[in-house]
Design a protein around this ligand. Structure first.
Ligand code: NAI
Ligand code: MG
Length: 357
């Protein structure tokens, strides 16, 4: 019914974020109209280098109040390295969202789309279609450690991997739930328990334990080294792949790389409990090299919008957007320049909205 209203914070950010965001919003509005729900968009100009140059900081002090109660955050890209150093722009915005909003899931679909040449030989659309679920808050990326005797012959550095039962179980639960919701009902765990002999056997133990709650899900595990080889050699074998922070970081770049251009890859930084809003954003950055030409591919932004609708419970609309993306990508004249097509950013975006019917 039309009583369903989702409040969305819209943050285009920098560079091509400002060009692809209007196309994302256009497609979301078309989907809302077609599927009978409402989207209440609130636009924000912070988390951008323009904002930084005006205010001396990336976001206002009360940014958490401003966007903390929305149902989701729709984000473009941040970074203008010639104007503001990347560590300031990224750590002052995106990284704060992920930390302060406890977005412990990083979710990326890996799907070979029509019209997008795969760097892997002899693969066609349908052959590659899976999800990478990355733990986003702990694991190998910890702040525990230090440096002793710096600058001397005794110099020593230590950085500890941190795996908590809460932290491991919650990402595994999300991944098993996702696997259960898919037709293949299969899950793969990335491990390295033969070499990393304390934390990774613990990860494996928690996988085994969690699997007991999901007897309808078949699962297996691979050590990370052979798993990366399988991503390239046998990508058709995967459905849901769950991994620690470091392994997931690698797999969530390798997967989309196997399916073509960075211009179409979407992602979600998710707090599944919905205690905080989740952020949906394209994988690509602000692309200063093509900004202002109207040629950026809007599909990554649009597909991220579909993931956002899935998150707020609009499953039919989400599926319809992905289908509309496939329809558009399969036509040469509707593709943008990165895919050897003639379409502008807005021509491509309008075509996706039109394909929704
Ligand atoms: P980038 O992803 O912005 O660009 C890499 C290359 O891909 C460029 O040649 C660009 O033209 C092309 N490209 C990217 N998106 C495209 C699209 N939608 N359509 C067509 N071509 C596209 O990565 P780069 O150049 O390393 O970083 C630029 C800025 O973006 C930096 O400040 C960086 O820190 C930031 N960045 C931000 C991210 C985010 O907001 N999540 C992620 C990655 C980078
Ligand atoms: Mg990465």
């Amino acid at each position: 019914s039309t009583n369903r209203v989702h409040r969305i914070a819209v943050i285009p950010g920098d560079g091509i974020g400002k060009e692809v965001m209007p196309e994302g919003v256009r497609v979301l509005e078309a989907a809302a109209k077609k599927f009978g729900f409402k989207l209440a968009f609130d636009d924000f100009d912070f988390a951008s280098c323009d904002y930084y140059e005006k205010h001396g900081r990336m976001m206002p002090e009360d940014w958490k109040e401003k966007i903390g109660t929305h149902d989701a955050i729709y984000f473009g890209a941040v970074g203008m390295p010639d104007r503001v150093p990347d560590h300031i722009s990224l750590w002052g915005s995106l990284i704060l969202f992920r930390r302060e909003f406890d977005q412990y899931i990083n979710l990326r679909p890996v799907r070979l789309m029509p019209g997008v040449p795969s760097p892997l030989a002899n693969r066609k659309p349908g052959d590659i279609d899976f999800w990478v679920v990355r733990e986003n808050t702990e694991g190998e990326y910890s702040a525990i450690g230090g440096k002793m005797f710096p600058g001397t012959d005794r110099e020593v550095v230590v950085q500890e991997t941190v795996m908590s039962r809460v932290g491991v179980d919650r990402v595994l639960k999300f991944a098993f739930e996702l696997a259960r919701s898919t037709p293949k009902k299969h899950l793969t765990s990335a491990t390295k328990s033969n070499g990393i002999a304390i934390t990774m056997p613990y990860w494996d133990e928690r996988v085994k334990e969690m699997a007991k709650n999901y007897t309808d899900v078949k699962w297996n595990q691979f050590h990370i080294d052979i798993l990366t080889a399988h991503f390239v050699m046998n990508p058709d074998r995967f459905n849901v792949v769950v991994a620690s922070n470091l392994f997931g970081d690698i797999l969530s770049d390798l997967g989309p790389a196997c399916t073509g251009t960075i211009g179409i890859a979407p992602s979600g930084n998710i707090n599944p409990e919905r205690n905080f809003p989740s952020v949906f954003e394209p994988v690509h950055g602000s692309a200063p090299d093509i900004f202002g030409q109207g040629i950026a591919n809007p599909i990554g932004q649009i597909w991220s919008g579909a993931m956002m609708l899935e998150h707020v419970g609009e499953h039919d609309a989400a599926a319809a957007i992905v289908k509309a993306i496939e329809t558009v990508l399969s036509q040469d004249k509707l593709r943008t320049r990165d895919l050897k097509g003639p379409a502008s950013t807005s021509e491509c975006g309008k075509a996706v909205a039109a394909a929704l019917g």
